[in-house]
Write a protein that binds this ligand. Structure first.
Ligand SMILES: [Fe+2]
Ligand SMILES: [Fe+2]
Length: 299
C-alpha cells in the first residue's frame, strides 16, 4: 500500500522563503531607482543622495550577502542533481557579472554627481541594471527555486542550515534598524507614492508630503541618537566594570577620565546626527520648492 514515490514538500524551505523576501526588498529598491531615473528623464527633481545610497546598498548588501548565500545553496543543489548544474552555474556567473555592473553603475553615479556624466548616460545604465536585477530574480523564483525545492530533501536542508555562512545577516536597510548611511533611501521607500493629481490639490499634497517626510527625518534621527546613546552607556558601563576589577584603588579617577572621554565621543556623534538631520530637512524642503516651481512652470 505504501508508495515509494517521493512526496512533494508541502511547505517551502525557510531558506528559499528568506531569499524570496530579500528579492521583494531588492525589487522595492529597484522600483525606487526606476522612479528616480524617470524623474531625471522628465526633468523633474531627482535626489542624487538617494540614487547614491541605492547603488551603494546594492553593491554592499545583495552582492555581499544575498548572492553568496545563493551560491552556496546552488553548489549543493548542483552536487545533488546534475541536471540542474548548467542553469545553476549560469546564475552563479550572473552574480559575478551583476556585482561588476553594480560597481560600474555606482562609479557612474559618482561621476554624474560631480557633473562628469550626463543624465542620459546614467538613465541608460541604471535602467539596464534594474532590468538585469528583475530578470535574474524572476529566473530564480519562477524556474530555479522550484527545481531546487524538488531536488533537496529535508536532510539536505538541515545540513545547509548547519552552515554558518548561510545564516541570514541583518539587512542595514530593511532590517530592524536602518543604518544611518541609508537613512535617505529608507525615508524615500517609506514615502514612495506616485502622484498624478490635478495641480491645485498637488501643491497642497506636496506640502503635506514634505511635512510627512520631515517627520520621518526627525523620527530616524531620534532612533539614531537613541542607538548611539545606548551604545555609549553600555560601553561606559563595561569599561568602568573592567577598570574597577583591574585597579580598584585608582578606579574612581580612571573611571571619571574614561567617562569624560566617552561623553565627548558621544557628543561628537550626536552633533554629527544633528548636522545630517539639518541637511536632510533642507533637502526635503528644497525638493518641495523645486516640485512646486515645476508645477507652476508646466501649469
Ligand atoms: Fe541570485
Ligand atoms: Fe536572488
Amino acid at each position: 500500500m505504501a508508495s515509494n514515490a517521493k512526496q512533494p514538500r508541502q511547505t517551502e524551505s525557510p531558506m528559499l522563503t528568506t531569499l524570496r523576501a530579500e528579492h521583494r526588498h531588492i525589487a522595492n529598491i529597484m522600483k525606487l531607482f526606476s522612479g528616480q531615473l524617470q524623474s531625471l528623464e522628465l526633468g523633474e527633481p531627482a535626489d542624487p543622495v538617494v540614487i547614491y545610497e541605492i547603488m551603494e546598498y546594492m553593491v554592499t548588501w545583495p552582492d555581499r550577502y544575498h548572492h553568496p548565500r545563493e551560491d552556496l545553496i546552488y553548489s549543493r543543489a548542483a552536487e545533488l542533481n546534475g541536471e540542474l548544474a548548467g542553469s545553476l552555474k549560469a546564475l552563479q556567473l550572473e552574480h559575478d557579472s551583476m556585482a561588476r555592473k553594480g560597481r560600474e553603475v555606482l562609479a557612474q553615479v559618482e561621476a554624474w554627481q560631480s557633473g562628469k556624466l550626463d543624465d542620459a548616460a546614467l538613465i541608460d545604465s541604471g535602467r539596464a541594471y534594474v532590468q538585469c536585477s528583475y530578470d535574474h530574480m524572476s529566473d530564480e523564483e519562477e524556474v530555479v527555486f522550484p527545481l531546487i525545492e524538488a531536488s533537496l530533501t529535508a536532510q539536505d536542508w538541515r545540513e545547509l542550515a548547519a552552515d554558518n555562512q548561510l545564516r541570514p545577516v541583518s539587512d542595514p536597510l530593511f532590517g530592524p534598524r536602518v543604518q544611518r548611511r541609508y537613512r535617505n533611501v529608507a525615508r524615500k521607500l517609506r514615502r514612495n507614492i506616485h502622484r498624478r493629481v490635478e495641480q491645485g490639490a498637488m501643491t497642497e499634497w506636496l506640502a503635506v508630503e514634505a511635512l510627512m517626510e520631515s517627520l520621518e527625518v526627525l523620527s530616524m534621527a531620534q532612533d539614531s541618537a537613541y542607538a548611539v546613546t545606548s551604545n555609549h552607556l553600555r560601553a561606559a558601563w563595561d569599561d568602568s566594570r573592567d577598570i574597577i576589577r583591574q585597579t580598584p584603588l585608582s578606579a574612581p579617577l580612571r573611571c571619571a577620565a574614561n567617562n569624560t572621554r566617552q561623553t565627548f565621543h558621544w557628543m561628537g556623534e550626536v552633533l554629527e546626527i544633528t548636522r545630517d538631520t539639518i541637511d536632510d530637512l533642507g533637502r526635503v524642503s528644497r525638493e518641495r520648492r523645486e516640485r512646486i516651481k515645476l508645477l507652476k512652470e508646466r501649469g
